[in-house]
Design a protein around this ligand. Sequence first.
Ligand SMILES: [Zn+2]
Ligand SMILES: [Zn+2]
Length: 104
Amino acid sequence: MFCPECGSMLRPKDKGGKRILQCSCGFTKALGKEDHAELTEKLAKGKKIEVIENVETHPKIKATCGKCGHKIAYYWTQQTRGADEPETRFFKCTECSYTWREYS
Ligand SMILES: [Zn+2]
Ligand SMILES: [Zn+2]
């Protein structure tokens, strides 16, 4: 943290029980709760981004669940072995999360 007045490094000091930053030119800055709140907010925002990345993005299609009989499932494909092998189709019930596969 540098002094906005002269550009020197600010030194932490205790003044009347409060933590402040003081410069050799006389400038002082209070180290209040505001700084702490700002940091906490930044950390909370970082967490939010993480959650968004984990959201299910597979398209939903009509497929009957073999476990609960629900008619809508998430659908995606995956190449399991070599490139000349047919890809495997995966289904995941939107109701009970039961997952099954189907070879084409
Ligand atoms: Zn200064
Ligand atoms: Zn199901």
